[in-house]
Design a protein around this ligand. Structure first.
Ligand SMILES: [Zn+2]
Length: 163
């Protein structure tokens, strides 16, 4: 398995044993579940604002991405999204089966640790979509915003790009 939850797992030229691959995937799944549980707990308690570091929204204020703090570092939350048929055709079938509620266009919410997404200019951007906008956001831009903007800043996506 070289692609899980949309993020590539780098495998060295020597390959990786099945056991090691299994442990890697289990770690990743547990990490993502933990991040999502933390977000849900704060949300249900109505205290999300205390934990939000940075929020990206579309011009009509749909939530596109939340960056929040956890005892293990910054984490990111992706809300559920229903993609238009056009946008959806660009997604991978395996991902659609695994991460949608209808096997097609209704994508479930998810979360992960920010550090686990990686860092650096060569990484592919995150794709943030809602009914109004379709944005891509470089991971470097998130790190830069965390360094330079006050805690709790809301960044509005302008046009087609979150900047
Ligand atoms: Zn929107």
């Amino acid at each position: 398995m070289s692609e899980v939850e949309g993020f590539k797992v780098e495998i060295g030229s020597g390959g990786i044993s099945e056991a090691a691959a299994g442990a890697l995937v289990t770690d990743m799944v547990n990490r993502q579940k933990s991040a999502l549980v933390m977000y849900r707990v704060h949300r249900e308690a109505g205290v999300l604002d205390k934990y939000r570091l940075l929020t990206y929204r579309c011009p009509r204020r749909c939530l596109l991405l939340d960056v929040f703090r956890t005892p293990a570092g910054s984490a990111v939350y992706f809300p559920p999204v229903k993609l238009s048929p056009d946008h959806n055709t660009e997604t991978a079938e395996a991902a659609r089966i695994e991460r949608t509620t209808d096997g097609e266009r209704r994508w479930v919410e998810r979360a992960d640790m920010l550090a686990a997404l990686g860092n650096g200019p060569r990484l592919p951007p995150l794709h943030l979509n809602c009914d109004h906008t379709r944005s891509s956001l470089a991971l470097d831009d998130i790190h830069e915003a965390l360094r330079t903007l006050p805690v709790g800043t809301v960044i509005l996506s302008s046009g087609n790009n979150v900047r």
